[in-house]
Design a protein around this ligand. Structure first.
Ligand code: ADP
Length: 243
């Protein structure tokens, strides 16, 4: 057995004959923080959608911890330990930060535990508060959070579900500089206990926080390597950096 948590082979997705993914092979080791980049339409979202069971591929396999994910439903994949953020917010504005985290954590708890008398905060929720730096805001309504704090809450809501793999879609989009730095630190910290795949375009952010980068282009993996390696690749400069 290898230490690879995720092994994707020959993945194809066709929409009315158009191949959004055209033979993607991708291997991500346990504990990696992997960045996924590529121009608009490269297939990044489609790839995340396939991993999480939202889109069914026309061919190929997605093995996660040795189990095949293709053919499983979304909620089964969540149960196996794959969590993702969406570009649209999933935060309940009327609930507090703590309540949002508790609710997210409950999705992976057995149903009976929802009826339990409240005996304090589950450990996973505590950990999510601490990791995201939101402890002081635990009692605040999510509706009053800044854009950055809301993004961290969403990451916290994933952590509270104790996934093994986190898929994050553009976590620093729309963030101010100080919030980006905080998010970079947060991702680095989250990757100590989890495997993380981040779709991100921001080159400055990648330069600071990415070690391994995979470049998608026209539904295929164009190249992989360190930020320096992929930036130096003339094909990457042409399709992505040379805009
Ligand atoms: P990225 O996330 O890298 O910008 P996407 O995965 O969203 O790329 O899209 C890849 C290609 O697949 C694009 O050309 C897009 O128009 C197409 N596509 C994505 N979803 C659908 C769909 N549901 N139906 C038809 N075409 C789609």
């Amino acid at each position: 057995m290898s230490d690879n948590l995720l092994e994707i082979r020959g993945l194809q997705v066709a929409f009315d004959g158009f191949r959004a993914l055209d033979g993607v092979d991708l291997t991500v080791g346990a504990g990696e923080l992997r960045f996924l980049i590529g121009p608009n339409g490269a297939g990044k979202t489609t790839l995340i959608d396939v991993i999480t069971g939202l889109t069914r591929p026309t061919a190929g396999s997605v093995r996660f911890g040795g189990q095949e994910l293709v053919g499983r439903r979304e909620h089964q994949i969540v149960r196996l330990g794959v969590g993702r953020t969406f570009q649209t917010s999933v935060v309940f504005e009327e609930l507090t930060v703590l309540e949002n985290l508790d609710l997210a954590a409950s999705f992976r708890r057995p149903l009976w535990s929802l009826l339990r008398s409240r005996r304090g905060v589950p450990e996973t929720v505590d950990k999510a508060l601490e990791t995201t730096g939101l402890t002081a805001l635990a009692g605040s309504r999510a509706g009053v959070l800044s854009h950055g704090q809301r993004q961290w809450l969403e990451i916290g809501m994933l952590i509270a579900q104790e996934p093994r793999l986190l898929l994050l879609d553009e976590p620093v989009a729309g963030m101010a500089q100080d919030e980006r730095a905080r998010t970079g630190e947060l991702l680095t910290q989250v990757a100590r206990d989890h495997t993380v795949i981040v779709v991100e375009h921001d080159m400055e952010f990648l330069r600071r926080y990415a070690s391994q980068v995979t470049v998608l282009h026209e539904g295929r993996v164009l190249t992989e390597g360190s930020v320096e390696q992929v930036r130096a690749d003339p094909r990457v400069q042409e399709i992505y950096l040379g805009r």
